[in-house]
Design a protein around this ligand. Structure first.
Ligand SMILES: *[C@@H]1O[C@H](CO)[C@@H](O)[C@H](O)[C@H]1NC(C)=O
Ligand SMILES: *[C@@H]1O[C@H](CO)[C@@H](O)[C@H](O)[C@H]1NC(C)=O
Ligand SMILES: *[C@@H]1O[C@H](CO)[C@@H](O)[C@H](O)[C@H]1NC(C)=O
Ligand SMILES: *[C@@H]1O[C@H](CO)[C@@H](O)[C@H](O)[C@H]1NC(C)=O
Length: 387
């Protein structure tokens, strides 16, 4: 729009300039100047506002938006991983008639909400698969659909790379089933906010992964970045987000195929680094890698709600008395996601939860609920999931 105005002003200005008496040479000069100005403006216009279907020759044979190439020479490993990511991203997803969602539970032991999840899954056999990574003790099951769903697990230490390892282990197991098209990571304190059909259509229809991702210049964000991640991960690419992701099959493949960035974070994003700082790979690894490799393929928010508004070290956890129809209605009706930086400015960014051009409720799941709230949730389930 601005350029258009400049162009009009340009024409007006030219008209306003009193033309000298007709003399051959200056006239030709003015003519050349006019043509040159026009060409310049036309080129600038085409560059700034390409037609929507425009594809540069390089893009022609590489469909989709691809990782930006840095100006420097890529390392061998970096080039190799970009080729793999590119191939995965540009290979169309195979949609089988039996498309399923993998529900991957990352838990220390017994899942307190099995009965609630059983209600959620009831009647939808063949459209979901359950995987449980129990890192501390063997879970006891009250629902038959959870029996025998444990995968081989290892100990998980909060904030350490073992958390990312468990996520990758879950994905590798769930990817073995070719019908799994979307992969949801859940904790033992997570509960569903909508009915199964709603969740299924939401995730399958989105063509997006719901990975939380934002730029935080503060102490809980970029302060954790280490220069040891150079050259492949620069500070400007470092991102933060909640670990509770929900990813499409291509992205799940990328996560288990990656070794370069995984190793960088394993070595240089950990609690108790050489200089005394702490970094938590589960909050930075995936947001950073996807910000770099497929920024338009992620929603930048997580479909798992958690309430940090109290500003404490831990998010709000709901007791039985807190779990009311009103609370659940409130959470399910949220359609804006917001991020707050951890520096003194506490900059808040608030964005609508948009996909396929429409504003949607942001959340499909919520945490953290105390096990004691199970009865309230069971009583309310049929009601609140109909919202
Ligand atoms: C899904 O998104 C990718 C980019 O992430 C794009 O290349 C592809 O065409 C999209 N597919 C559909 C069915 O919209
Ligand atoms: C997520 O954020 C990136 C910028 O980091 C942006 O390019 C992308 O379009 C955003 N995704 C959506 C779905 O808006
Ligand atoms: C629900 O939202 C309303 C409006 O924001 C608020 O006044 C109320 O306290 C909330 N209730 C619960 C239980 O969170
Ligand atoms: C469930 O919803 C119905 C209709 O909206 C309402 O009459 C009933 O009181 C609700 N039950 C609970 C437990 O909230």
């Amino acid at each position: 729009m601005k350029l258009h105005q400049v162009w009009q002003f340009g024409v007006k200005d030219m008209k306003a300039v009193p033309l000298p008496r007709p003399r051959a040479a200056p006239k030709r000069r003015a003519w050349i100047l006019g043509v040159a100005t026009f060409i310049f403006i036309a080129l600038a216009w085409a560059y700034l506002y390409p037609p929507p279907h425009y594809t540069s020759p390089v893009r022609d044979w590489l469909p989709g938006r691809l990782p930006a190439e840095p100006a420097r020479e890529l390392t061998d490993e970096e080039r190799a991983s970009r080729v793999v990511f590119r191939q995965i991203l540009t290979t169309p997803a195979v949609r089988s008639k039996n498309s399923k969602i993998a529900f991957m539970f990352l838990t220390p032991g017994t899942l307190p909400f099995e009965r609630l999840w059983e209600k959620f899954f009831e009647g939808h056999e063949g459209r979901y698969t359950i995987y449980i990574h129990a890192s501390r003790e063997k879970p006891e099951h009250v629902s038959p659909i959870f029996v025998g769903r444990e995968i081989h697990s290892e100990k998980v230490t909060w904030g350490k790379i073992s958390m990312v390892d468990a996520e990758r282990r879950l994905l590798a197991n769930a990817l073995q089933d070719i019908d799994n098209q979307h992969f949801v990571l859940l904790s033992d304190s997570c509960v569903p906010l909508h009915n199964f059909d709603y969740v299924y259509d939401y995730l399958m229809g989105a063509n997006l992964s719901f990975i939380d991702c934002f730029y935080d210049p503060g102490p809980h964000g970029n302060f954790r970045y280490s220069q040891n991640m150079l050259p492949e991960v620069t500070e400007t690419d470092f991102r933060k987000g909640s670990q509770w992701f929900s990813v499409k099959r291509q992205h799940a493949l990328m996560i288990i195929a990656d070794s370069l960035y995984y190793t960088k974070f394993k070595l240089h994003c950990r609690p108790g680094m050489e200089d005394g700082r702490n970094c938590y790979a589960d909050e930075h690894y995936l947001p950073t890698v996807f910000h770099m490799m497929d920024p338009d393929g992620i929603a930048n928010w997580s479909v798992t709600h958690v309430d940090w508004s109290e500003g404490k070290w831990h998010p709000k956890a709901y007791r039985a008395k807190d779990v009311t129809f009103e609370l659940l209605k409130n959470i399910t009706s949220i359609d804006m996601n917001h991020h707050v930086t951890s520096d003194s400015k506490k900059v808040v960014t608030e964005k609508p939860c948009l996909w396929n051009g429409a504003k949607r409720p942001c959340y499909l799941f919520a945490r953290k609920f105390y096990p004691e709230s199970i009865n309230n949730l069971l009583t309310l389930f049929a009601n609140y999931t109909l919202i």
